[in-house]
Write a protein that binds this ligand. Structure first.
Ligand code: GLN
Length: 306
Protein backbone atom coordinates (compact mmCIF):
# COMPACT_ATOMS: atom_id res chain seq x y z
CA UNK A 1 0.00 0.00 0.00
CA UNK A 2 2.78 2.43 0.84
CA UNK A 3 4.41 1.78 -2.56
CA UNK A 4 1.11 2.40 -4.32
CA UNK A 5 0.56 5.73 -2.52
CA UNK A 6 4.16 6.82 -3.18
CA UNK A 7 3.73 6.05 -6.88
CA UNK A 8 0.47 8.00 -7.09
CA UNK A 9 2.03 10.95 -5.27
CA UNK A 10 5.10 10.92 -7.52
CA UNK A 11 3.03 10.69 -10.69
CA UNK A 12 0.63 13.46 -9.73
CA UNK A 13 3.28 15.84 -8.39
CA UNK A 14 4.51 16.45 -11.92
CA UNK A 15 1.07 17.42 -13.22
CA UNK A 16 0.73 20.99 -14.41
CA UNK A 17 -3.04 20.74 -15.07
CA UNK A 18 -4.34 20.81 -11.49
CA UNK A 19 -7.75 22.46 -11.85
CA UNK A 20 -8.76 25.76 -10.24
CA UNK A 21 -9.19 26.53 -6.55
CA UNK A 22 -12.64 27.71 -5.48
CA UNK A 23 -12.73 31.51 -5.59
CA UNK A 24 -16.34 32.20 -4.60
CA UNK A 25 -15.27 31.68 -0.99
CA UNK A 26 -12.46 34.29 -0.79
CA UNK A 27 -10.69 32.50 2.05
CA UNK A 28 -10.29 29.39 -0.13
CA UNK A 29 -9.05 31.39 -3.12
CA UNK A 30 -5.62 31.89 -1.55
CA UNK A 31 -4.82 28.18 -1.06
CA UNK A 32 -1.76 26.98 -2.97
CA UNK A 33 -3.03 24.52 -5.63
CA UNK A 34 0.30 22.67 -5.75
CA UNK A 35 -0.51 20.54 -2.72
CA UNK A 36 -1.46 16.91 -2.53
CA UNK A 37 -2.22 14.48 0.26
CA UNK A 38 -3.69 11.04 0.57
CA UNK A 39 -4.38 8.74 3.53
CA UNK A 40 -5.70 5.18 3.57
CA UNK A 41 -6.95 3.50 6.72
CA UNK A 42 -7.51 -0.21 6.22
CA UNK A 43 -10.38 -2.03 7.93
CA UNK A 44 -7.89 -3.42 10.45
CA UNK A 45 -6.78 0.08 11.40
CA UNK A 46 -3.42 0.13 9.62
CA UNK A 47 -2.78 3.57 8.15
CA UNK A 48 -0.78 4.65 5.13
CA UNK A 49 -0.28 8.09 3.67
CA UNK A 50 1.54 10.18 1.09
CA UNK A 51 2.06 13.91 0.60
CA UNK A 52 1.05 16.41 3.28
CA UNK A 53 -1.43 14.06 4.99
CA UNK A 54 -1.23 15.96 8.30
CA UNK A 55 -1.98 19.34 6.77
CA UNK A 56 -5.39 20.78 7.68
CA UNK A 57 -7.77 21.84 4.91
CA UNK A 58 -11.39 22.97 4.74
CA UNK A 59 -13.53 19.85 4.46
CA UNK A 60 -16.52 21.85 3.15
CA UNK A 61 -19.23 19.55 1.77
CA UNK A 62 -17.58 16.40 3.11
CA UNK A 63 -19.04 17.54 6.44
CA UNK A 64 -22.46 16.72 4.95
CA UNK A 65 -21.75 13.01 5.44
CA UNK A 66 -21.42 13.65 9.17
CA UNK A 67 -24.47 15.90 9.47
CA UNK A 68 -26.55 13.38 7.50
CA UNK A 69 -25.45 10.65 9.92
CA UNK A 70 -26.45 12.80 12.91
CA UNK A 71 -29.80 13.69 11.30
CA UNK A 72 -30.61 10.03 10.64
CA UNK A 73 -29.77 9.27 14.26
CA UNK A 74 -32.23 11.93 15.43
CA UNK A 75 -35.07 11.60 12.94
CA UNK A 76 -34.64 8.11 11.48
CA UNK A 77 -36.67 7.59 8.32
CA UNK A 78 -38.67 10.72 9.21
CA UNK A 79 -35.79 12.64 7.63
CA UNK A 80 -36.95 11.63 4.15
CA UNK A 81 -40.02 13.83 4.37
CA UNK A 82 -37.62 16.81 4.48
CA UNK A 83 -35.06 15.79 1.89
CA UNK A 84 -35.04 13.32 -1.00
CA UNK A 85 -32.50 10.70 -1.98
CA UNK A 86 -32.19 11.03 -5.72
CA UNK A 87 -29.22 12.39 -7.64
CA UNK A 88 -29.85 15.96 -8.78
CA UNK A 89 -27.88 16.13 -12.01
CA UNK A 90 -27.53 19.82 -11.23
CA UNK A 91 -24.71 21.92 -9.73
CA UNK A 92 -24.31 21.77 -5.94
CA UNK A 93 -25.74 25.26 -5.42
CA UNK A 94 -28.56 25.08 -7.98
CA UNK A 95 -31.96 26.54 -7.12
CA UNK A 96 -34.01 25.39 -10.16
CA UNK A 97 -35.20 21.99 -8.94
CA UNK A 98 -36.34 23.46 -5.65
CA UNK A 99 -39.10 25.43 -7.33
CA UNK A 100 -40.44 22.42 -9.23
CA UNK A 101 -40.31 20.24 -6.14
CA UNK A 102 -41.98 22.58 -3.63
CA UNK A 103 -38.79 23.45 -1.80
CA UNK A 104 -37.85 19.83 -1.00
CA UNK A 105 -34.18 19.31 -1.89
CA UNK A 106 -33.32 16.32 -4.06
CA UNK A 107 -30.74 14.85 -1.68
CA UNK A 108 -28.79 15.60 1.54
CA UNK A 109 -25.54 16.49 -0.26
CA UNK A 110 -26.51 19.37 -2.53
CA UNK A 111 -26.37 22.66 -0.65
CA UNK A 112 -30.15 22.98 -0.28
CA UNK A 113 -30.31 19.45 1.14
CA UNK A 114 -27.52 20.08 3.61
CA UNK A 115 -29.18 23.31 4.74
CA UNK A 116 -32.41 21.35 5.34
CA UNK A 117 -30.37 18.80 7.31
CA UNK A 118 -28.77 21.54 9.44
CA UNK A 119 -32.28 22.77 10.24
CA UNK A 120 -33.43 19.23 11.05
CA UNK A 121 -30.67 18.57 13.56
CA UNK A 122 -31.06 21.89 15.41
CA UNK A 123 -34.28 20.73 17.06
CA UNK A 124 -34.89 23.99 18.85
CA UNK A 125 -31.29 24.42 19.97
CA UNK A 126 -29.08 27.41 19.43
CA UNK A 127 -26.56 27.31 16.54
CA UNK A 128 -23.66 27.14 19.03
CA UNK A 129 -25.07 24.04 20.71
CA UNK A 130 -25.75 22.34 17.38
CA UNK A 131 -22.24 23.11 16.18
CA UNK A 132 -20.74 21.78 19.37
CA UNK A 133 -22.68 18.57 18.80
CA UNK A 134 -21.49 18.23 15.18
CA UNK A 135 -17.89 18.93 16.17
CA UNK A 136 -18.08 16.46 19.03
CA UNK A 137 -19.36 13.77 16.67
CA UNK A 138 -16.57 14.37 14.14
CA UNK A 139 -13.95 14.32 16.90
CA UNK A 140 -15.41 11.07 18.20
CA UNK A 141 -15.36 9.48 14.74
CA UNK A 142 -11.80 10.53 14.06
CA UNK A 143 -10.76 9.85 17.64
CA UNK A 144 -9.07 13.23 17.65
CA UNK A 145 -10.06 16.07 19.97
CA UNK A 146 -7.95 18.67 18.19
CA UNK A 147 -10.40 19.00 15.25
CA UNK A 148 -11.95 22.47 15.01
CA UNK A 149 -13.67 25.04 12.84
CA UNK A 150 -11.78 27.64 10.83
CA UNK A 151 -13.61 30.83 11.78
CA UNK A 152 -12.02 32.78 8.92
CA UNK A 153 -13.50 30.40 6.36
CA UNK A 154 -16.88 30.49 8.09
CA UNK A 155 -16.89 34.30 8.08
CA UNK A 156 -15.79 34.35 4.46
CA UNK A 157 -18.68 32.03 3.50
CA UNK A 158 -21.15 34.10 5.45
CA UNK A 159 -20.08 37.36 3.78
CA UNK A 160 -20.34 35.95 0.26
CA UNK A 161 -23.06 33.35 0.81
CA UNK A 162 -25.83 35.00 -1.19
CA UNK A 163 -26.59 31.84 -3.12
CA UNK A 164 -26.91 29.71 0.00
CA UNK A 165 -29.01 32.41 1.65
CA UNK A 166 -31.28 32.36 -1.41
CA UNK A 167 -31.66 28.59 -1.16
CA UNK A 168 -32.52 28.83 2.53
CA UNK A 169 -35.04 31.64 2.08
CA UNK A 170 -36.59 29.83 -0.85
CA UNK A 171 -37.09 26.70 1.28
CA UNK A 172 -38.39 28.84 4.13
CA UNK A 173 -40.97 30.32 1.73
CA UNK A 174 -42.36 26.80 1.34
CA UNK A 175 -42.49 26.47 5.12
CA UNK A 176 -39.72 23.90 5.09
CA UNK A 177 -37.41 25.35 7.75
CA UNK A 178 -38.21 25.16 11.46
CA UNK A 179 -35.59 27.72 12.58
CA UNK A 180 -34.71 31.26 11.50
CA UNK A 181 -32.80 31.27 8.21
CA UNK A 182 -29.83 33.17 9.70
CA UNK A 183 -29.39 30.54 12.41
CA UNK A 184 -29.62 27.61 10.00
CA UNK A 185 -27.10 29.26 7.67
CA UNK A 186 -24.79 29.90 10.61
CA UNK A 187 -24.76 26.19 11.42
CA UNK A 188 -24.33 25.25 7.76
CA UNK A 189 -21.43 27.64 7.05
CA UNK A 190 -19.63 26.63 10.22
CA UNK A 191 -19.86 22.88 9.71
CA UNK A 192 -18.58 23.36 6.15
CA UNK A 193 -15.63 25.22 7.69
CA UNK A 194 -14.37 22.31 9.79
CA UNK A 195 -10.65 21.82 9.14
CA UNK A 196 -9.21 18.33 8.99
CA UNK A 197 -6.19 16.52 7.60
CA UNK A 198 -6.41 13.52 5.29
CA UNK A 199 -5.27 11.36 8.20
CA UNK A 200 -8.11 12.59 10.40
CA UNK A 201 -10.70 12.39 7.64
CA UNK A 202 -9.81 8.83 6.64
CA UNK A 203 -10.16 7.79 10.29
CA UNK A 204 -13.51 9.55 10.57
CA UNK A 205 -14.84 7.59 7.57
CA UNK A 206 -13.91 4.20 8.98
CA UNK A 207 -17.38 3.46 10.38
CA UNK A 208 -18.72 3.35 6.82
CA UNK A 209 -16.21 0.64 5.89
CA UNK A 210 -17.38 -2.05 8.28
CA UNK A 211 -21.18 -2.04 8.51
CA UNK A 212 -21.38 0.94 10.84
CA UNK A 213 -18.82 -0.28 13.36
CA UNK A 214 -15.52 1.49 13.78
CA UNK A 215 -13.27 -1.54 13.32
CA UNK A 216 -10.34 -0.11 15.22
CA UNK A 217 -12.31 0.81 18.35
CA UNK A 218 -15.15 -1.74 18.02
CA UNK A 219 -17.67 1.04 18.65
CA UNK A 220 -20.95 0.75 16.75
CA UNK A 221 -21.72 4.15 15.26
CA UNK A 222 -24.75 3.30 13.10
CA UNK A 223 -26.59 0.12 12.07
CA UNK A 224 -25.29 -1.90 9.14
CA UNK A 225 -28.33 -0.90 7.08
CA UNK A 226 -27.73 2.78 7.77
CA UNK A 227 -24.06 2.57 6.82
CA UNK A 228 -25.04 0.88 3.56
CA UNK A 229 -27.59 3.57 2.82
CA UNK A 230 -25.17 6.43 3.54
CA UNK A 231 -22.69 4.77 1.19
CA UNK A 232 -25.34 4.48 -1.52
CA UNK A 233 -26.15 8.19 -1.21
CA UNK A 234 -22.45 9.02 -1.45
CA UNK A 235 -22.17 6.94 -4.61
CA UNK A 236 -25.23 8.46 -6.28
CA UNK A 237 -25.04 12.07 -5.07
CA UNK A 238 -21.64 12.70 -3.44
CA UNK A 239 -20.12 14.51 -6.41
CA UNK A 240 -23.19 16.50 -7.53
CA UNK A 241 -23.52 16.57 -11.31
CA UNK A 242 -20.16 14.77 -11.46
CA UNK A 243 -21.46 11.75 -9.52
CA UNK A 244 -21.98 9.60 -12.60
CA UNK A 245 -18.48 10.38 -13.84
CA UNK A 246 -16.96 9.60 -10.43
CA UNK A 247 -18.82 6.27 -10.20
CA UNK A 248 -17.74 5.45 -13.75
CA UNK A 249 -14.07 6.24 -13.18
CA UNK A 250 -13.57 5.32 -9.51
CA UNK A 251 -16.48 3.07 -8.55
CA UNK A 252 -16.54 3.93 -4.85
CA UNK A 253 -18.98 5.86 -2.64
CA UNK A 254 -17.35 9.27 -2.28
CA UNK A 255 -18.05 12.76 -1.00
CA UNK A 256 -16.24 15.79 -2.31
CA UNK A 257 -15.89 19.33 -0.99
CA UNK A 258 -14.92 22.58 -2.71
CA UNK A 259 -11.87 22.73 -0.44
CA UNK A 260 -10.49 19.99 -2.73
CA UNK A 261 -10.99 17.03 -0.42
CA UNK A 262 -12.68 13.72 -1.17
CA UNK A 263 -13.63 11.01 1.30
CA UNK A 264 -14.07 7.64 -0.41
CA UNK A 265 -15.18 4.36 1.11
CA UNK A 266 -14.14 0.93 -0.12
CA UNK A 267 -16.67 -1.19 1.81
CA UNK A 268 -15.02 -3.91 3.83
CA UNK A 269 -11.59 -2.67 2.77
CA UNK A 270 -10.62 0.90 3.56
CA UNK A 271 -11.50 4.51 4.21
CA UNK A 272 -9.58 6.87 1.93
CA UNK A 273 -9.11 10.63 2.11
CA UNK A 274 -7.45 12.62 -0.60
CA UNK A 275 -6.81 16.35 -0.97
CA UNK A 276 -5.75 18.51 -3.86
CA UNK A 277 -7.26 22.02 -3.89
CA UNK A 278 -7.65 22.44 -7.67
CA UNK A 279 -11.20 21.66 -8.83
CA UNK A 280 -12.67 20.45 -12.10
CA UNK A 281 -15.47 22.35 -13.84
CA UNK A 282 -18.21 20.92 -11.59
CA UNK A 283 -16.36 21.67 -8.35
CA UNK A 284 -14.75 18.34 -7.47
CA UNK A 285 -11.02 17.87 -6.79
CA UNK A 286 -9.37 17.21 -10.14
CA UNK A 287 -6.27 15.35 -8.96
CA UNK A 288 -8.19 13.87 -6.02
CA UNK A 289 -10.44 11.93 -8.39
CA UNK A 290 -7.44 10.93 -10.50
CA UNK A 291 -5.60 9.66 -7.42
CA UNK A 292 -8.60 7.56 -6.42
CA UNK A 293 -8.91 6.22 -9.95
CA UNK A 294 -5.26 5.15 -9.80
CA UNK A 295 -5.68 3.60 -6.35
CA UNK A 296 -8.70 1.58 -7.41
CA UNK A 297 -6.94 0.39 -10.56
CA UNK A 298 -4.04 -0.91 -8.50
CA UNK A 299 -6.06 -2.42 -5.63
CA UNK A 300 -9.18 -3.69 -7.43
CA UNK A 301 -11.30 -1.99 -4.76
CA UNK A 302 -14.11 -0.75 -7.06
CA UNK A 303 -17.46 -1.92 -5.70
CA UNK A 304 -18.19 -3.12 -9.23
CA UNK A 305 -15.35 -5.65 -9.16
CA UNK A 306 -11.80 -5.78 -10.45
N1 GLN B 1 -19.74 25.62 1.89
C1 GLN B 1 -19.81 25.39 0.47
C2 GLN B 1 -20.99 26.12 -0.13
O1 GLN B 1 -21.95 26.25 0.54
C3 GLN B 1 -19.89 23.91 0.23
C4 GLN B 1 -19.98 23.55 -1.23
C5 GLN B 1 -19.17 22.33 -1.58
O2 GLN B 1 -18.25 21.93 -0.90
N2 GLN B 1 -19.48 21.78 -2.72
O3 GLN B 1 -20.99 26.57 -1.22
Amino acid sequence: MQDILDEINAELSSRSERGKVATYIPELACIDPDQFAMAVVLADGRTFSAGCADKLFSIQSISKVFTLTIALGKLGDGLWSRVGREPSGDPFNSIVQLEHESGKPRNPFINAGAIAIADAIMMGHQPKETLAEILEFVRFLANDRSIGIDENVARSELLTGHRNASLAHFMASFGRLSHPVEQVLGVYFHHCSISMSCQQLAHAGLFLVADGVNPSSGVKVVSAQRARRINSLMLMCGHYDGSGEFAFRVGLPGKSGVGGGILAIAPGKASIAVWSPGLDTVGNSKLGAEALEMLVKRTGWSIFGN
